[in-house]
Write a protein that binds this ligand. Structure first.
Ligand code: WTA
Length: 684
């Protein structure tokens, strides 16, 4: 620890000496040199990295090209267009055949139940992926078809994703916590006709019947004229004696709570994963695709309420996932890496699957929850596998902090070297607890700022060289050029606060919104011409450190899950009693933010606990349980401007019971505001 500089969040924490000595980047001078080269000569910088991977054909000439300036023509970003490769080949065949890592463990799988665990080597993963790629082909999946994946955190999810990549298909992973409606919306958007799911999964003591949700989603698809061709169902919970697939052999010690879900079955389209795999050939030549071919779509919330299918492509994403993983987690052979994110989110894509496998790393994949069966589960897993690099979200850190230090300190944790954070700003108190209690003051903390759209880390410390400040994502990663803009779109020089934007492309950034390039341009490139706009605000301090302050649009970040207020409002308004509604964010000690919904009822309806229950149920069924509003505030009206626009700025203040409302000159009916302060919900 170095100099104290007033407030806690400005204290500097230097990297641990041992971590520094072995790190890829040991000093800030080295970082600056590499950074300079990455932005001044990106083609040389990234070509050297590209040379570590396999390219079937390499096009000479322009390594990348782009246009960020919408006034000059369509926005586009291309890296290595014209060269061909295959992501799955680079992750598996390259490691198994070229590097001889076949017997290396790719994943230690840790189930919801602590007695349920398994391992899979690179060789086994490759064999399973080839087989499943053939299963997909058998179901008629072709290059550039989009395949839906609705699976829990089990190894089949990795197999399914990589099998898609092997045959040039595009995967669309949908988080297992999404409702049937959300799932259907995503299937329809990408016109997927094949879906991979499981019978069910235990989350703590709760059983999720995934297949039932899938069937409900199919009904909605059918109503919209879309017909599914196949669902491939993993028997994850069924009686073990009937489970004859490869996983049975490697889960010898499995004591998974057996439960026969009486899985709903439609013999026309449903089939069991293990039965298909038993029949499948284990040889499958990779499909060589252009570097700019889509690898996957991942939906993220949009401020209009309609989810956006963020498209990532093959070559650039591979380079970026591999490089950020290598430098930010300072990955060396022998490391055991554990990222707690679900594969349904971008962190799971880049830092559970693509980044670690591209580097031949060994990871822990965890199916369960941090509190099940006790709040020391993460630290128990860390000791069990001697985890060296750990990556989680501030919401988990804050939740675990509440249980007290003893649940952490009773575990050894001496293997840990790097602790990562992602998903939302980490408050200094949680940062310090992570550093002092979890890390024993021996670990480097990497607070990584990025987005589904950025594909990988864009602002982040490097663990061997960056002096960190609690709550700051510090400096840009290689190739990334951030700027802060004021309301007029002018760049702020030196210390200041503004809109966080990027001036140049990096290989892993999104290329478009699936089948909606115009929306891509208007969402990210219209507000400030010539810049990629993150939608986040940030501050730069006198030392040049970036502090991301949060969203500047109508988005909420609940436990690291982005939601749009519009999306939740449109679920609430479907209730027959609701005439008007507005949703704002409210601070929450564990979730970071939570939802606070204002509800105006139609004439003749009473607001009571039944209505409250029904409203919450609406949100759960339309979006998913994580979007359920914490507070419901019944009111007779909403504050509006004279032109009828809801004044959300005022609603945010009312939710926080903050009386400092500022300028109210545009408010049409000031009485509404008084009523709102008086009727705030009692449970706050
Ligand atoms: C927020 C998650 C502050 C931010 C990888 C961003 C963060 C949104 C951080 C993207 C961080 C993520 N500090 N804010 N370290 N990491 N965010 O698309 O608002 O699920 O725009 O990607 O999360 O969320 P997404």
């Amino acid at each position: 620890m170095a100099s104290k500089r007033g407030d806690v969040s400005n204290e500097l924490y230097l990297p641990n000496k041992i971590i520094q000595e072995n790190a890829f980047v040991k000093t800030m001078d080295e970082y600056r040199k590499l950074y300079k080269r990455s932005v001044e000569s990106p083609e040389i910088f990234w070509k050297e990295i590209a040379d570590e991977f396999y390219w079937k054909t390499e096009k000479k000439g322009k390594f990348f090209s782009y246009n960020f300036d919408i006034s000059k023509g369509p926005v586009y970003v291309e890296w290595m267009k014209g060269s061909s490769t295959n992501t799955c080949y680079n992750l598996l065949d390259r490691n198994v055949i070229e590097k001889g890592f076949g017997d290396r463990i790719a994943y230690y799988w840790e189930g919801n139940d602590p007695d349920d665990h398994a391992t899979i080597t690179y060789k086994e993963l490759l064999r399973n992926v080839c087989k499943f790629a053939n299963v997909l082909k058998g179901k008629g999946v072709k290059k550039e078809d989009c395949v839906a994946i609705y699976l829990p955190m089990i190894m089949e999810v990795v197999v399914a994703m990589l099998a898609c990549s092997r045959i040039g298909a595009i995967h669309s992973v949908i988080f297992g916590g999404f409702s049937a409606q959300s799932l259907a919306q995503r299937i329809l958007d990408a016109k997927c006709t094949v879906l991979i799911t499981a019978d069910g999964v235990w989350r703590g003591t709760k059983l999720l019947n995934l297949k039932e949700t899938v069937d409900e989603a199919y009904k909605i698809c059918k109503e919209n004229g879309h017909h599914m061709k196949a669902s491939i169902v993993v028997k994850h919970l069924g009686p073990p004696e009937s489970k004859e697939d490869h996983l049975k052999k490697i889960t010898q010690q499995a004591k998974r709570p057996v439960y026969d879900l009486k899985t709903p079955w439609n013999p026309d389209i449903d089939c069991w994963w293990h039965e298909e795999m038993n029949r499948a050939n284990d040889i499958c030549e990779p499909e060589w695709v252009d570097a700019e071919n889509p690898l996957f779509i991942l939906y993220t919330s949009g401020s209009t309420g309609k989810p956006k299918g963020v498209v990532h492509t093959t070559g650039g994403y591979l380079l970026y996932a591999a490089t950020t993983f290598k430098y930010v987690f300072d990955y060396h052979p022998g490391d055991i890496y554990f990222c707690t994110a679900d594969v349904g989110w971008i962190t799971g894509h880049t830092y559970v699957v693509y980044g670690p496998l591209a580097q031949g790393a060994t990871s822990v994949m965890f199916e369960g929850l941090p509190f099940h069966p006790h709040p020391g589960r993460y630290w128990e897993i860390i000791d069990k596998y001697r985890v060296t690099k750990f990556y989680t979200a501030p919401t988990a850190v804050r939740a675990l902090m509440k249980y007290g230090d003893s649940h952490v300190t009773k575990y050894d944790r001496s293997s840990l070297k790097i602790l990562g954070s992602v998903g939302e700003p980490i408050n200094p108190e949680a940062w310090l607890w992570y550093h002092k209690i979890v890390g024993n003051e021996q670990c480097s903390i990497v607070d990584t700022f990025w987005q589904t759209e950025t594909g990988g880390h864009v602002l982040t410390p490097l663990p061997g060289c960056t002096p960190t400040k609690p709550g700051s994502a510090t400096f840009p990663f290689f190739g990334v050029v951030p700027a802060l803009l004021n309301d007029e779109g002018k760049e702020i020089q030196g210390p200041g606060e503004g809109y966080l934007v990027f001036k140049k492309p990096w290989p892993g950034m999104m290329r478009t919104i699936y089948k909606s390039h115009e929306r891509f341009e208007t969402t990210y490139f219209e507000k400030f011409i010539g810049y990629y706009c993150t939608g986040d605000g940030a501050r730069r301090d006198e030392d040049g450190y970036y502090w991301v302050t949060g969203r500047v649009d109508d988005m909420l970040n609940v436990s690291g899950h982005l939601l749009s207020t519009a999306q939740v409002e449109s679920a609430l308004i479907e209730h027959k009693a609701v005439s008007e509604t507005a949703v704002v964010s409210h601070p929450h000690s564990v979730k970071g933010e939570c939802l606070y919904a204002f509800i105006v009822l139609k004439e003749g309806y009473q607001f009571n606990s039944d209505v409250e229950k029904e409203l919450r149920a609406k949100v759960r069924s339309k979006i998913g349980p994580f979007a359920s509003p914490e507070f419901l505030h019944h009111t007779s009206g909403l504050p509006k401007t004279r032109s009828g626009k809801i004044m959300r700025r005022i609603l945010r203040k009312i939710a926080r019971n903050d009386r400092d409302l500022g300028d109210l000159s545009t408010l049409a009916d000031p009485q509404v505001v008084d009523e709102l302060y008086k009727t705030r919900p009692k449970n706050i």
